[in-house]
Design a protein around this ligand. Structure first.
Ligand SMILES: O=C(CO)[C@H](O)[C@H](O)COP(=O)(O)O
Length: 243
């Protein structure tokens, strides 16, 4: 499992806090990354103890972990199809969480950058479909403004056209390379990822719309207006912010 900055104890507190918010009978979106993994493990323990829960994985990695934990699984199309039960709650990590500023830009508070694990396309499908989306993070992820690179999943054939459109929009695109193989990262969907540096993002909603409109973009890692709660694990406890 890929990990990023922030202490594991803080990530565990955040993940377990969100897992405790799941109630009997819930269908739960299972996020990707080291913080969401703590939530999946805690849900596995609760399922062992009798909790009736089904998971909708957002990636190969979250599916594997949930299966190891004995959590019954549903595929997204079945969960949200006409006969499906829907998704009650999704629990997912983030690479950056905008804390926003009161009276500043109401849309920015709770806006996220995701996709450090290249899973953001399925994560956005699941997180957006859920009745409630709980973000799990440690304090290293919080920032008044989003300023990390935005992962953009692209069709391979569209990579240079998308890179040009990103430059036109004021960004600097870098094709994500694999660490243990020569060549690019290939997503669970068979596409490539371009990490796009825009500096401080003044208007995440506007940039989200711009990126979504570029032909060849499968999905980008700006999640605006989706989060309902942010569970921030610290060294000593958990803070839960409503968005
Ligand atoms: O968006 C993601 C994967 O695509 C992850 O949720 C994000 O990268 C955070 O990961 P971690 O909890 O390991 O810091």
């Amino acid at each position: 499992m890929k990990t990023s900055g922030g202490s594991d104890a803080a990530k565990r507190r955040a993940g377990e806090s969100a897992a405790e918010a799941v109630t009997d009978g819930d269908v739960v979106g299972l996020g990707t990354g080291s913080t969401a993994a703590h939530a999946i493990r805690r849900l596995g323990e609760r399922a062992d103890a009798g909790l009736d829960v089904r998971g909708v994985p957002t990636s190969f990695a979250s599916r594997e972990l949930a299966a190891e934990e004995g959590i019954p699984l549903l595929d997204l199309p079945d969960a949200v199809g006409p006969e499906g039960p829907g998704i009650d709650v999704a629990i997912d990590g983030a690479d950056q969480v905008a804390t926003g500023a009161a009276g500043d830009d109401p849309l920015s508070g709770g806006a996220l950058i995701k996709g450090g694990g290249a899973a953001h396309a399925r994560e956005k499908l699941v997180d957006a479909a859920a009745d409630r989306f709980l973000v799990v993070a440690d304090p290293s992820k919080e920032s008044p403004r989003l300023d990390r690179s935005v992962p953009v999943e692209v069709l391979s054939a569209g990579r240079t056209a998308v890179a040009a459109a990103v430059r036109d929009a004021g960004g600097e695109p870098t094709l994500r390379r694999a660490e243990r193989k020569d060549g690019p990262v290939v997503t669970d969907n068979g596409n490539l990822v371009t990490d796009c540096a825009f500096g401080e993002i003044a208007d995440p909603a506007a940039l989200s719309a711009t990126l979504s409109a570029v032909p060849g973009v499968v999905e980008h890692g700006l999640f605006v207006g989706l989060a309902d709660e942010v569970h921030v694990g610290t060294e000593s406890g958990v803070r839960v912010d409503e968005v």
